[in-house]
Every structure is written in structure tokens, then in C-alpha cells.
Write a protein that binds this ligand. Structure first.
Ligand SMILES: CC(C)(COP(=O)(O)OP(=O)(O)OC[C@H]1O[C@@H](n2cnc3c(N)ncnc32)[C@H](O)[C@@H]1OP(=O)(O)O)[C@@H](O)C(=O)NCCC(=O)NCCS
Length: 177
């Protein structure tokens, strides 16, 4: 029987869980993220506690955690950037290998997208490395398509990442794009 998967917004007291998931994701899939495992390991516990506390209540940035049978098994960040034309992004997506292909990634993206729509987003953006074919196919399967922007991957200057976008019905008027 498939394990039951749920997603909930991070709570202010989950700094240690956040640290555990971030380091696990950077250890398992270093090719997928801008930060490195060394960055995460050298950051002190207080910084993870501060991030959890902020992401639990902020109106512009949040983290959502995937649980399988109550155990943390993945995460995603959702944020609205502070550029002049405000855009809503999902990033830092990771699902533990043991629970992949069970639609946990889809649940994370949809939950994060719904939250971004609730604060006014009508388009959800994601930067994905061109070499990360699994993530590309995953986002395409969820209805994301090319937004037409490309940039060099920060930690690997010989690689390129592309911006993907998915339209969502807005549920709020907090900001207009
Ligand atoms: C990308 C990732 C989050 C997908 O998580 P997941 O929980 O396995 O994905 P889901 O089960 O929700 O998949 C939904 C759909 O995406 C597509 N998909 C997912 N994994 C895929 C793969 N390896 N190859 C092709 N398509 C894939 C499929 O269409 C799938 O639907 P299906 O199961 O009916 O075929 C996961 O593989 C992961 O954590 N990878 C490492 C980190 C990473 O690359 N993060 C993205 C950074 S941009």
C-alpha cells in the first residue's frame, strides 16, 4: 500500500527539521540547488530557527514540508521576489528518494502554488537547470512551460538554467503582476 502523503506549512519551532531536510537535499541532489552542502553545514542552528520562524508567518516567503506517515520527507520554498515587477517563485524542491513517484512533488508544488495564489500571484515561476532532466519533465508534467529566460547556474558557470512558468487562478488582490 502507498504511504499517505501530506503537506503542511513549516511552523516556527521546526528549525531542526528544516536543517535536516535542507542538508539531506543538498547531500542527495547537489546538482539541483544553488547552495552547497558545505553552506548548510556551516550555518548555525540559530539561522535555521530564524528562517523557520519567518517562513511560518511571512506573507512573502514560506516553506512547506512533505510528510509520509507523519515523517518529514521533502520540502519546497515559495516566495514573492522584491523586484519592481513582483514575481512568485517556487524553489528548493526536494522529495526523499524513498517516496519519489508517489506525487509528493506534485503535492508540494500545488500547495506552494495555492499559497502564492492566496497572496495574489497569477503566475508561478521556477528556475530549473537544463541538465536536470527529471526536474524539467516533472515541471512540464505539472503544466509549467518555458518563460523565455535563461541564466548561468551560479555554482557551475558552464551550465545553464531556464525559467519555467505556470499560470494559476488568483485568489487574492494583494499584489498584481
Ligand atoms: C523532481 C522531484 C521533486 C519529483 O518528485 P516526485 O515526488 O518523485 O514527483 P511526482 O511523483 O509528484 O511526479 C509527478 C509527475 O512528474 C513527472 N516525473 C516525476 N519524476 C520523473 C522522472 N524521474 N522522470 C520523468 N518524469 C518524472 C511524471 O510525469 C510524474 O507523474 P507520473 O508519476 O504519473 O508519471 C524529485 O525527483 C526530486 O526531489 N529530485 C531531486 C531534487 C530536484 O531535482 N529538485 C528540483 C530542483 S529544480
Amino acid at each position: 500500500m502507498s504511504p499517505s502523503l501530506t503537506v503542511r506549512r513549516i511552523t516556527a519551532d521546526q528549525g531542526a527539521v528544516f536543517r535536516e531536510l535542507r542538508t539531506a537535499s543538498l547531500r542527495e541532489a547537489p546538482y539541483a540547488f544553488g547552495a552547497t552542502l558545505e553552506d548548510a553545514l556551516s550555518a548555525d542552528a540559530a539561522s535555521f530557527n530564524a528562517t523557520a520562524a519567518d517562513h511560518a508567518v511571512s506573507l512573502s516567503v514560506s516553506t512547506f514540508i512533505l510528510y509520509t506517515e507523519g515523517h518529514p520527507a521533502g520540502l519546497i520554498e515559495a516566495h514573492v521576489d522584491d523586484a519592481e515587477v513582483r514575481r512568485a517563485f517556487v524553489c528548493e524542491l526536494w522529495v526523499a528518494p524513498a517516496v519519489r513517484h508517489l506525487r509528493g512533488g506534485e503535492l508540494l508544488v500545488d500547495t506552494a502554488s495555492n499559497w502564492l495564489a492566496s497572496v495574489g500571484a497569477t503566475e508561478i515561476y521556477a528556475w530549473v537547470a537544463d541538465a536536470n532532466r527529471t526536474a524539467m519533465r516533472f515541471y512540464e508534467a505539472l503544466g509549467f512551460g518555458p518563460a523565455g529566460e535563461h541564466r548561468r547556474v551560479e555554482r557551475a558557470a558552464d551550465q545553464v538554467e531556464s525559467l519555467l512558468v505556470r499560470h494559476v487562478p488568483t485568489t487574492s488582490q494583494v499584489f498584481q503582476q
